[in-house]
Design a protein. Structure first.
Length: 166
């Protein structure tokens, strides 16, 4: 009996989960750094905290651990170009200055994002290939106009939510 699912089977099974696409961002010495993450979830409402799973090989991984602050920007369906820019470019080239500004915690925040959480790093746990980063949310901005339609990752492709008529 096989007591472990193969990584190929696991990866395929995980494509069935629709996940919001976030840009996790920070600054180090005024240079922006960030990555696209879909492994993001709430942890606690009191205090308000969030989990972000970041691959240890990601260029922004160590930067987030050093700066101890970051933003989680939930992309709207209209921000597909931002996601593609993050997946095709590296380093600061991922950030089009026309769409990013410094937030309250001096982290890059995305104009028009559905939600932006600005976080202080509260804790880090080992997650094998990833670090499980716990961020205490210090600032939350909800774009009520953009909140109805966020960009998703589903079946290895970009997708969007479908609004049902009431």
């Amino acid at each position: 009996m096989n007591d472990q699912v193969s990584s190929d089977v696991f990866r395929h099974a995980m494509t069935c989960f629709a996940s919001g696409i976030t840009a996790v961002t920070t600054y180090e010495e005024r240079v922006p750094s960030g990555l696209i993450a879909t492994s993001v979830c709430s942890l606690s409402a009191d205090p308000a905290t969030i989990l972000v799973c970041v691959n240890k090989t990601a260029s922004a991984h160590d930067v987030i651990l050093r700066t101890r602050r970051f933003a989680v920007n939930l992309l709207s369906a209209e921000q597909l170009a931002v996601a593609k820019r993050f997946t095709s470019l590296r380093g600061p080239e991922r950030f089009d200055p026309a769409h990013w500004q410094a937030g309250e915690l001096d982290v890059p925040t995305l104009s028009g994002a559905v939600v932006v959480f600005e976080c202080q790093l509260a804790n880090v746990y080992d997650g094998f290939t990833h670090s499980i980063i716990v961020g205490q949310i210090m600032q939350a901005t909800v774009n009520d106009e953009g909140a109805a339609d966020c960009l998703l990752w589903h079946h290895r492709d970009f997708a969007r939510t479908v609004q049902q008529a009431a």
